[in-house]
Write a protein that binds this ligand. Structure first.
Ligand code: NAP
Length: 327
């Protein structure tokens, strides 16, 4: 029997062809939400899912009695009910590693553009306001030699810190669930309590995954601990930060600036004050969005689903317990 899969993110013909050689594929290009009747019907027959950016709920799983595996085209898996999947024996696969460096580049891009006010000043030139040598009103702050505080010190956190420590001579502080002695040796990084990090860092960069534990991890209290000169960068997930508290901290001078790739609600509403603030660089969730990396992520998802539906261990598996149960 040819297995069936549902694919719902934009995939290149080369990736779709690989899937179609092995499976019957119901392809929903740029599906907006999971209420789509055609999607629901296809889900009822599907053995696998390939996609990203849509929340898969336990209620949806109830409508997918044949589902064996999901290959998300993302490293973050906050859109999936991991426990419910594991209970049902459904494998959840993600795409770590292949996007680490690109997402770290985005983090450093935000550190640089906020510190040197690059977007704000490029707009100043574009508006024709550069009529004489710039003065203090346009000065930014240095990045090199400053203290970088990483909240989350996994793959992406370490890659951002590596850029800071080795490229810009920054002192690295980190707060993370577990200690990282190898990275401490490699980068001269120091583990500390989050409150201590917040009080000492010139740049605070968040790279923890979104979970019940990390929802609103950074709120009014945490912004209150930061230096008024601190720059805050979020490349993790919007809900890790209490956005109302962030806006207040930016408006009242509690912190100097913010570089944001992710928001509590995406796409960000044009009504949000954030993109209109001169001390904010707001990007449309471009962390991994390069041609090379998005291709590599799609390929990893294709490889994962091919292996999973053949009964082999996928390359990147989130719920090991479901695999152990199966084998
Ligand atoms: P990772 O390697 O799993 O790193 C996450 C780190 O966070 C781990 O070191 C983990 O500690 C730590 N951590 C988890 N929960 C924590 C908590 N409650 N308190 C303190 N530390 C905690 O993941 P990654 O590949 O670096 O990706 C991180 C996240 O970045 C993803 O989950 C995703 O949401 C986000 N992301 C965003 C974009 C974007 O487009 N902006 C792109 C890719 C990823 P342990 O090491 O002890 O487990």
């Amino acid at each position: 029997m040819t297995k069936r899969i549902v694919a719902y993110s934009r995939l290149k013909p080369t990736h779709l062809d690989q899937l179609r050689q092995r499976f019957h594929v119901d392809y929903f290009e740029a599906l907006k939400n999971t209420d789509d009747p055609g999607f629901r019907e296809a889900l009822g027959r599907a053995h696998g899912i390939v996609g990203s950016s849509l929340a898969i709920t336990p209620e949806l799983l109830d409508q997918a009695p044949h589902l064996e595996a999901i290959a998300s085209i993302s490293v973050g898996y906050d859109n999936y009910p991991v426990e419910a999947l594991t209970q049902r024996g459904i494998l959840l696969c993600n795409t770590p590693d292949v996007l680490t460096e690109t997402t770290a580049d985005t983090g450093f891009l935000l550190i640089m553009t906020t510190a040197r006010r690059a977007v704000e000043l490029a707009e100043f030139v574009k508006r024709g306001e550069w009529r004489e040598s710039i003065g203090e009103a346009q000065f930014g702050s240095d990045v090199h030699g400053k203290t970088l505080g990483m909240i989350g010190f996994g793959r992406i956190g370490a890659a951002v810190a590596r850029r800071g420590a080795l490229g810009f001579g920054m002192q690295v502080l980190y707060s993370n669930a577990s200690p990282k002695p190898d990275l401490e040796r490699e980068l001269g990084a120091t583990r500390c309590e989050m409150d201590d990090l917040l009080a000492r860092a010139d740049f605070v960069c968040v790279t923890v995954p979104l979970s019940a534990e990390t929802t609103h991890l950074i709120g009014a209290r945490e912004f209150g601990l930061m230096k008024p000169s601190a720059i805050f960068v979020n490349i993790a997930r919007g809900k890790v930060v209490d956005e109302t508290a962030l806006i207040a901290a930016l408006e009242t001078g509690g912190i100097r600036a913010a570089g944001l790739d992710v928001f509590e609600r995406e796409p960000l509403s044009p009504e949000s004050p954030l993109p209109h603030m001169s001390n904010v660089v707001a990007l449309p969730h471009i962390g991994s969005a390069t041609h090379e990396t998005r291709d590599a992520m799609a390929q990893r998802a294709v490889d994962n689903i091919l292996l999973a539906l053949e009964g082999k261990r996928p390359i990147s598996l989130v719920n090991e317990a479901a695999w152990r149960e199966r084998s």
